[in-house]
Design a binder for this molecule. Structure first.
Ligand code: UDP
Ligand code: MG
Length: 317
């Protein structure tokens, strides 16, 4: 007998969660059981401080179906925290994480399970090959982010990779060992390694409701990701400092020589001011980068919990 854990973070998903449940059950009863009738499931629905009726619906599902577990946070902690809570409370041999809005099609699950069973893979991940239905400007920034990130970081992010994936117990245990507070899942998933098979599919728009990502939110998320997985920005400011020192030293020699040779007529107010502003800018930038890392370190050293549970029907916790 083996157990399939499905982890679903839910934030204001009252419009999607029932449809998600029905879809999953239909895939389970038609294809998964068909493939292997020994596979049981547990659905771990994590309510991330929703302000609508999500929790009520989760409880109703749990009442109706004993394989439904829910964890409800004391406030909104973010998807990363919800994923962590789900993984931590899962006991499956196969563990899947997926969104509640049906953008991650449950009908890929049978294929994913088969790949873990029959091929030598530890993870089956998904990536969307199109970004249809997304504002073009957002796609542009997303693409640029992936390019930049992969250039400056050793951890590789796959463009278009979703969080939707199926993993073995071993992989999940490795992920749980990374107990950092600033959780950038895309990076963590990649950092732990293991053999990954990629399934591709075209983008599917949200079944209902709205995405909770604002542009600013995504921008901050991108910065988080860079901070969490590389210290190259610190190197950049160091290199900038060294370069500018060398250039200004050469310029100093030039000034001294030209004063000796040609005399000193004072001029160049504009250039002086430009140089000062440029240097001021670079200094602020570097202090900012430094401050970001220091800030992250400060938050990490507090060792605050990644999430706080208010209600759950899972006994383990
Ligand atoms: N989500 C969450 N906490 C949040 C924001 C989102 O648990 O603070 C969940 C949300 O309910 C959904 C998944 O994360 O199941 C992905 O969110 P969304 O669909 O808004 O993001 P997108 O698909 O646009 O990347
Ligand atoms: Mg979505």
């Amino acid at each position: 007998m083996s157990l399939l854990s499905i982890i679903v973070p839910c934030y204001n998903e009252e419009e999607s969660i029932i449809a998600f449940y029905d879809e999953f059950i239909s895939v389970y009863t038609s294809s998964i059981i068909d493939y292997n009738s020994e596979i049981k499931y547990e659905l771990i629905l994590v309510n991330d401080g929703s302000k609508d009726n999500t929790l009520k619906l989760l409880k109703e599902l749990a009442f109706k179906d004993e394989n439904v577990k829910y964890i409800s946070f004391s406030r909104n902690f973010g998807k990363e925290s919800a994923l962590y809570a789900g993984l931590k409370n899962s006991s499956g041999d196969y563990i899947a994480v997926m969104d509640a809005d049906l953008q991650d099609p449950p009908n890929l699950l049978p294929k994913m399970i088969i790949a873990l069973d029959r091929e030598d893979y530890d993870i089956v991940a998904t990536r969307r090959v199109s970004r249809e239905g997304e504002p073009p400007i957002r796609s542009f920034f997303a693409r640029t982010f992936y390019k930049l990130f992969n250039r400056i970081s050793k951890v590789e992010l796959v463009d278009g990779a979703r969080d939707y994936r199926l993993m073995t117990r071993q992989v999940v245990d490795a992920i749980l060992d990374l107990s950092e507070y600033n959780r950038f899942s895309k990076g963590i998933f990649s950092w732990v390694g293991f053999n990954t098979k990629w399934l591709e599919y075209a983008n599917i728009e949200r079944a209902s409701g709205e995405t909770s990502w604002s542009f600013w939110g995504l921008f901050k998320y991108a910065i988080e990701g860079v901070m969490a997985f590389t210290t190259v920005p610190l190197v950049i400011s160091t290199v900038l400092g060294i370069l500018i020192s060398i250039i200004s030293f050469l310029y100093l020699i030039y000034i001294v020589l030209s004063t000796i040779l040609f005399g000193n007529d004072v001029q160049g107010w504009a250039s002086t001011v430009s140089i000062m502003i440029l240097l001021g800018g670079i200094q602020l930038f570097s202090i900012g980068v430094l401050g970001q890392y220091l800030g992250k370190t400060y938050i990490e050293t507090k060792h605050r919990p990644i999430y706080i549970t208010k209600e759950t029907n899972i006994e383990k916790e």
